[in-house]
Structures are given as structure tokens and as C-alpha cells.
Design a protein. Sequence first.
Length: 331
Amino acid sequence: MSDSLTPEAIFIDLSRGKINRFLALDLLISLTEKSNNPDLRRECIATIRKVGLQKENAETIYKTIERCLLSDENQFVRSSAADLISKSLLKYGKDAIIWTIRHDSSPVVLNTLIRLFLSNDQKTSDEIINEIQNWLLDYADNVGVVPEEAKFFLDIECLFAKNIKSYEISNESFTYFKYMAEIPSLKPFINIKNDHIKKLYFTFYNWLYLKKNQDIIESFRKIKDLPSFLSLHKQYDVKFEDLTAIPPSIGNLNHLKVLKLSSNGIKIIPNILYSLINLRELDLSKNEIEHISSSILNLKKLKILNLKNNKLRSIPVELNEYVSSLDEFQY
């Protein structure tokens, strides 16, 4: 097979009428099976869905995609396979999806299935729904929160997976953050009470650094100023790119009272934050924010707002009264 053959080239040839859909799918399947490049395999699977399946070869295509789902070493390829089977090949793949829920430990794959099958527009069997709900209940129990709030932590696990090769979920996924919270001199990464997150100090680089270095976590307890230590490391970590966007599932943390999102590279305050109506303190300092929306008026219980070291030139006039009523406001 020619090295110049790509999913994009196949799709262009199909759209120009140079090849028919049957041949396009055959080429994409061949490319998927023969390529050693996981990014290319993932692109092939996505293109198969764009091309659209035919009844005549759907079962044959399924066999290849099933192998990708069950045995591909790359979790992003498995995630793409899970997406294609769930949306277009579930007639053949129900058992494979159930097996994946029970046995796959990639947060990317599992989050894909949760997103698909717990949405209102995905038709599926009660058996798959029950498997997913049971998995989510177990995961939430391990984290120590209700299932709705656990979805935020699963999104964080997916962010870890993009930065840590061969990343897998374990029962101890967030134990080390709770462990750090026991240090009297250190502000907690997470504060959980009665199965709800009450305080969240989320600087993604700090979380990722601790996740990558769990084997020396005991030494972190001895550092007097851990945030400064981690900030210094970040300055010299040329491979790290700021998060820039917070997972929308943060809106599930309805019991949150203190939220600190400092130093995440955030450019736009996500609207979902304005739904956290129980917030008393919000820290968005050291980001790239240029504008603050009047939607912040929804946070009627807010007492402390920190917007220092952003790119804000001014506060909108309609917010003057609001910020004046706060106990503490910085920008």
C-alpha cells in the first residue's frame, strides 16, 4: 500500500467521484489494519464514520473495528473504535462494549462510553446502561464523592492520560491528593465532606506533577512552600502546555464553596462557573482572562473574588455595584 495513501486523500477521492464508497471503506480498513501509526489508525476510524457504512460490508468492517477496541495498545484508537461501534455498529458490538466497560482501564475509553450512553440521544440496551452506571458508582465510591461529581474527576483523569503515556485508572487515583490535604501548612488540593467537594484548588500543572511523581510523594510533605516549588518547576518544563480550558463537568460540583483555578492559562471564564451558586470564594488569578461577564451576578453568595494578574483592562460598569459588595475583590 502506498505511503502517500491517507484517510484524507481517500475521502477527497470519494467526494470527487474518483472512487466509490465501497472502495473507500475497503482502503480505510486496509490502512487501519496495516498501519503502525496510532494517529493514522485513529484518523481512519473517524473517516470510516464520515464515509458512512454499507450493509454489504458492515459486518466485515465491524470485525476490524472490534479488534481495535479490544486489543489496540493505544487508548485513543480504542476510544475512536468505541465511538464508531456505539454509534454505527452496536447491532454487532453490544457484547464488545460491555466487555470494554468491565475490563478497559483507560479513562479516555470509559469516558467516551459514559458520554455516549448516558446522553439522551443514544439508543441502547438497558444492559449497557446498567454496566456504565455500576462502573460510575464504583469509581465515585473510590474517589469518595457522588457519581455526578465523579464525572469531573474522570475528565481530569482524561487530561492526565493525554500527558502520561499508557495512563490507567486505579482505585488510588486521587488518594494522593487527599493525602496531601492532611498537611496542616498546605492548602488542600481537594476538600471532600459528606460525599461532596467543598473546596477545590485546581492548578493542572500541580496535579499533573504530583500524579507523575507518586513514588516520591512523601518528600513533597516536607517542602514548606509546595506551590512555589511547583511553580518553579513549571517555568522550566518546556514540554508542558497550559490547560486553557476547564472541563465543563466542573458545573456538577454544586456543593462547591471555594474554587481556586489560578495559573491554568485560562483565556475565557467558562459560563458553567456561573452556575456554581454556592461559591463563596473564586480565585482566577494568574490566567489570561481579558473579559468578565455580567453572568457572574448569578453568584449571589460570592464573598471573595480574585482576578489579579490577568489581561483585564477594566471591570464592566454594570458590575461595579456587585464587586463593591464583596468582602474582598482583587484585579
